[in-house]
Ligand binder design. Structure first.
Ligand code: ADP
Ligand code: TRP
Length: 336
């Protein structure tokens, strides 16, 4: 049986963090044996918000290195850079004719970005979901491992694919967001506010490139409170987030101990010690991030190897992309 096609992308707009790892990259690594995988660095997308390209190449290579350090095997998957596959831009053009200004203006990420950069509301920002749909449909991918924040973009990709199929004949299968657990993951910042993000508060985001001491410092500063007031109380978001992180990097026994301490705590008899919990979390986090950081650093010192990897990835991606584009051109009638 043919393997199902998987695709995902990450923007090179900064250092990768735990949200990227648990929302996206961990799934990439698990999917590489079972599926026919395409993973890429979305450098065109980054131009919508980061028009200054002075550090772009370095960021692109770092994203590639960090993905490999997390366990992606460039021999098994196609690991490439978006701008090396010009076929995507042509598909983007066709899809743009099927996307409406009104629906693009309504997306939450567009509205957020208009608020963040009112001086630069460019057309690329508006059509960001169209380019993302082209990224996915160019390989006729069906599974897209991403975090919860990408659900709306995936819904739009399905709409554009359906519209194309309806107008020009059945061409694209419909793509869906994918996570091994039934729920898509969202890692919040260490202050419990918003998601961990490349561009937001640096002190509340744990980066895969953070030094051990920095990791300890950030975890110890994470927001807590005086402890639960009644047994088995509902956890506030920021406390739940510490447990979520612990669930991801600590042993089951450790998590259980702190869960029990939390459940048994009451006003006047607080058993859970958030200071101890954060110390334990910090050490487990250091043990988790340290090997990824050093492997990524080694790779970044070997630019020649990184270039070889992305060129090989682009060759694989272009073979698949040009096959799709032939089908698309025939469907639209652009085959002279
Ligand atoms: P950022 O928002 O930090 O710029 P991207 O938008 O480039 O990150 O996201 C790359 C991938 O990481 C996407 O699949 C996205 O869903 C996932 N991701 C980003 N932040 C988080 C988070 N805090 N929790 C879960 N997944 C996340
Ligand atoms: N928009 C995605 C993000 O911000 C990045 C991305 C671009 C992407 N193209 C994609 C993700 C295609 C999945 C599939 O995270």
């Amino acid at each position: 049986m043919e393997k199902e096609i998987v695709l995902s992308g990450i923007r090179p707009t900064g250092f990768l963090h735990l949200g990227n790892y648990f929302g996206a990259m961990r799934n990439y690594v698990r999917m590489q044996d079972e599926y026919n995988c395409y993973f890429f660095v979305a450098n065109w997308h980054s131009l919508t918000t980061h028009p200054d390209t002075k550090t772009l190449q370095e960021s692109v290579l770092r994203v590639v290195a960090e993905n490999i350090a997390c366990g992606l095997d460039p021999e098994k998957v196609s690991l490439y850079v978006q701008s090396d596959v010009p076929e995507i831009a042509e598909l983007y053009l066709y899809l743009n004719m099927l996307a409406y200004k009104g629906e693009l203006e309504k997306t939450t990420s567009f509205k957020d970005k208009v608020r963040m950069q009112p001086e630069n509301v460019n057309a690329g920002l508006l059509t960001y979901p169209v380019l993302q749909a082209a990224d996915i449909l160019i390989h006729r991918a069906v599974k897209v491992p991403v975090g919860k924040d990408q659900e709306q973009n995936l819904e739009m990709a399905r709409n554009f694919a359906e519209r194309f199929n309806h107008r020009y004949g059945e061409t694209f299968p419909l793509p869906y967001a994918f996570n091994y657990n039934s729920e898509l993951v969202k890692i919040m910042g260490l202050d419990g506010n918003g998601k961990m993000s490349k561009s937001e508060n640096q002190m509340t985001t744990l980066f895969l490139a953070d030094e051990d001491e920095m990791i300890r410092k950030k975890v110890m500063k994470a927001k807590t409170d005086q402890g639960p007031l009644t047994p088995n109380s509902v956890k506030p978001d920021y406390i739940q987030n510490l447990f979520t992180l612990m669930g991801l990097v600590s042993t089951a026994d450790t998590v259980k101990k702190f869960e029990d301490d939390f459940s048994n705590s009451t006003e006047g008899n607080c058993i859970i010690r958030y200071g101890d919990m954060k110390k334990q979390l910090a050490e487990d986090m250091v043990n988790f991030i340290n090997p990824i950081r050093s492997k990524a650093a080694d790779l970044q010192n070997n630019k020649e190897l990184l270039f070889k990897i992305i060129h090989q990835g682009a060759d694989k991606a272009r073979a698949s992309a040009s096959a799709t584009l032939t089908i698309v051109r025939n469907a639209v009638g652009m085959n002279y």
